[in-house]
Design a binder for this molecule. Structure first.
Ligand SMILES: Cc1c2[nH]c(c1CCC(=O)O)Cc1[nH]c(c(CCC(=O)O)c1C)Cc1[nH]c(c(CCC(=O)O)c1C)Cc1[nH]c(c(C)c1CCC(=O)O)C2
Length: 343
């Protein structure tokens, strides 16, 4: 059997047809996902139920034959494992207890304790490693420390990450201790996912774009570099995808500076620009706007072909520029896949 296409692309191979998967491919746009979530009761119960979490991970693989499956979980499970309260408000999003001072930080658990809460996630990975088709790559993931910190500090998603910036600027010692704790917890968490059978891991830094200058280097780039170097020391050869979303010009050189095997590009970056300035260093992933999964039609086909063409001279994994949204039409996903595969 030849090696899986995603792993070949991650090693730098230029394939005639780029392998494809989709961020949030297991999600509310799929009726079978909504049915399984209803069976679990709510989103967090689904994340912590290994059988049902494996089931929703497999659903988009069965329906579409994607080249990769991404573990079904959430980046906010790690804060919960570190001792934060976490709940989801329907129609609004996540809520967490907040960390705004030294006492809040001191109440957190040590990084080595995260497995108590996260062990069901490793169980999901084990089921998937057994049940996925032989040519499908299993991707594990975690949030990058800055993005996770923004939620732990504000207690929710924020448009401009103002509470996290405020703590960084007003109480740098606590802010840096928090980044450090999340970094260590993430290394523990991803290392166990890899032991359980994840073949690739991805770091989601969804709010990297709100860091500029030295702050970007200190709080987006440096923690990513540290996580990658520790994971590769413990698990030689493990490929890592980094996603410093909306990093703009800071995408350039990010793979080299962090040791990432692939950089995922959001759709605010032009694909031809990214091919010239980012793909020169290795594999890239991306970057179709997820709005095409809602609107479909000729624009979807045209833009998909354009992205495939832009990245055709180097290693490329086709993906969206951000997660698919609940209002997407499942038929548009099929149209994207058929267009990429030239069917
Ligand atoms: C910031 C962030 C979170 N989670 C994640 C990020 C980083 C990527 C990004 O920027 O989107 C990452 C994530 N979340 C989820 C996955 C599973 C794997 C996948 O299919 O990509 C992954 C990789 C499931 C999920 N995570 C969530 C859902 C929807 C929950 C539901 O079923 O009601 C899913 C499928 C909930 C979630 N989780 C989070 C938020 C802000 C929300 C609410 C917003 C929303 O409702 O879409 C935190």
């Amino acid at each position: 059997m030849s090696e899986k296409t995603i792993l070949r692309a991650l090693k730098g191979e230029v394939l005639p047809v780029p392998p494809i998967w989709m961020m949030r491919q297991a999600g509310r746009y799929l009726p079978e996902y909504r049915a399984t979530r209803a069976k679990a009761g709510d989103f967090l119960s689904l994340c912590y139920n290994p059988e049902l979490a494996a089931e929703v991970t497999l659903q988009p693989i069965r329906r579409y034959g994607f080249d990769a499956a991404i573990l079904f979980a959430d980046i906010l499970l790690l804060p919960q494992a570190l001792g934060a309260d976490l709940w989801f408000v329907t129609g609004e999003g996540p809520r967490l207890s907040t960390i705004t001072d030294q006492a809040g930080f001191d109440a957190l658990k040590p990084a080595g304790d995260v497995h108590d809460v996260l062990s069901p996630i490793y169980e999901t990975v084990k089921i998937l490693a057994r049940e996925l088709p032989k040519d499908t790559t299993l991707i594990g993931f975690a949030g990058a420390p800055w993005t996770v910190a923004t939620y732990m500090i504000a207690g929710r998603g924020t448009p401009d990450q103002a509470p996290a910036h405020a703590l960084k600027d007003e109480n740098r010692a606590v802010f840096e201790a928090l980044i450090e704790r999340i970094t260590e917890g993430t290394i523990e968490y991803l290392s166990e996912q890899i032991k359980a059978g994840a073949e690739v891991v991805k770091l989601f830094d969804s709010w990297a774009g709100s860091l500029s200058g030295e702050d970007f280097d200190r709080y987006a780039l440096a923690p990513t570099r540290r996580i990658i170097s520790e994971l590769k020391a413990r698990h030689p050869g493990i490929p890592v995808i980094a996603f410093p979303r909306e990093a703009g010009a800071k995408y350039v050189g990010f793979a080299k500076a962090t040791g990432a095997d692939c950089v995922a590009i959001d759709n605010s970056a032009d694909a031809y620009w990214a091919a010239a300035h980012v793909q020169v260093d290795g594999c890239v992933q991306g970057n179709l706007a997820s709005s095409h999964m809602v609107t479909g039609g000729d624009a979807l086909v045209r833009e998909t072909r354009e992205i495939v063409k832009a990245f055709s001279k180097g290693p490329h994994i086709f993906n969206l520029g951000h997660g698919i949204t609940p209002d997407a039409d499942p038929e548009n996903v099929q149209l994207m896949i058929d267009t990429v595969r030239g069917a």
